[in-house]
Design a protein around this ligand. Structure first.
Ligand SMILES: [Zn+2]
Length: 219
């Protein structure tokens, strides 16, 4: 299916602008004020139309990129270690599994032993943050000041601090991304409000576009 660049509100606004502009183009001005007002209306309409076209196309491009990025998740290669034969390489996902906590993991097929295995970490960034968070909390026994007393899992303190660094880095990246998404949604909301106002204004103008009755025909 062909993707639509313009949404229903934008199309409605275009139609209204078109109607009002062509009505005024065909009307006979009664005064200089009429001529000036008409000119002003043309310019405003043209400006609004250009603004909507630009915004809708940027949004369309953004959405297409999102779709492409999602597709890419499945064609990209990920570093992983086979849980069966410990072969370390880059693999393309062949599927996805959920664990008991609903974390989603890619599954890969090992190119050495040919067995399937699950990725060590979830792939979705928010899930990965939460996964790291739980992992780090449960990795060591700590005193009240947070100092490590003993390790609860089979990794060294250095490995754990490396992981904590990666966790902090990931968390701030996810935070920046979330903020960008929120800003984008807020600006879209404002834009949609602007379109609604445009529809209202041009509908009001359309109401004043009363065609003159045809002159009576002369027999
Ligand atoms: Zn293997």
């Amino acid at each position: 299916m062909e993707e639509e660049v313009y949404n229903a509100d934008e199309k409605e606004l275009f139609e209204l602008i078109e109607f009002v502009v062509s009505f005024f183009a065909g009307a006979i001005p009664q005064s200089q004020t009429d001529i000036d007002n008409r000119q002003k209306m043309y310019e405003q309409s043209d400006h609004l139309k250009k603004f909507v076209i630009k915004h809708a196309n940027t949004r369309f491009e953004f959405e297409q990129n999102e779709i492409e990025d999602e597709k890419k998740e499945w064609t990209d290669y990920y570093d992983a270690t086979c849980t069966h034969c410990k072969f370390h390489s880059s693999f393309q996902p062949i599927g996805m599994v959920k664990d008991a906590n609903y974390y989603r993991f890619f599954t890969f097929k090992c190119s050495k032993c040919e067995k399937e295995f699950r990725a060590e970490y979830p792939y979705e960034p928010h899930q990965l943050v939460s996964y790291y968070d739980t992992y780090i909390k449960n990795a060591a026994k700590r005193d009240k000041q947070g100092k490590i007393i003993s390790m609860k899992i089979n990794i060294t303190e250095e490995e754990l601090s490396g992981m904590i660094e990666r966790y902090k880095d990931l968390k701030s990246k996810v935070h920046i991304l979330d903020k960008a998404v929120m800003d984008y949604e807020k600006s879209e909301e404002e834009y949609n409000g602007l379109i609604k106002t445009g529809i209202f204004n041009y509908s009001e103008m359309k109401k004043t576009c009363i065609p003159l009755p045809f002159p009576p025909s002369i027999n």
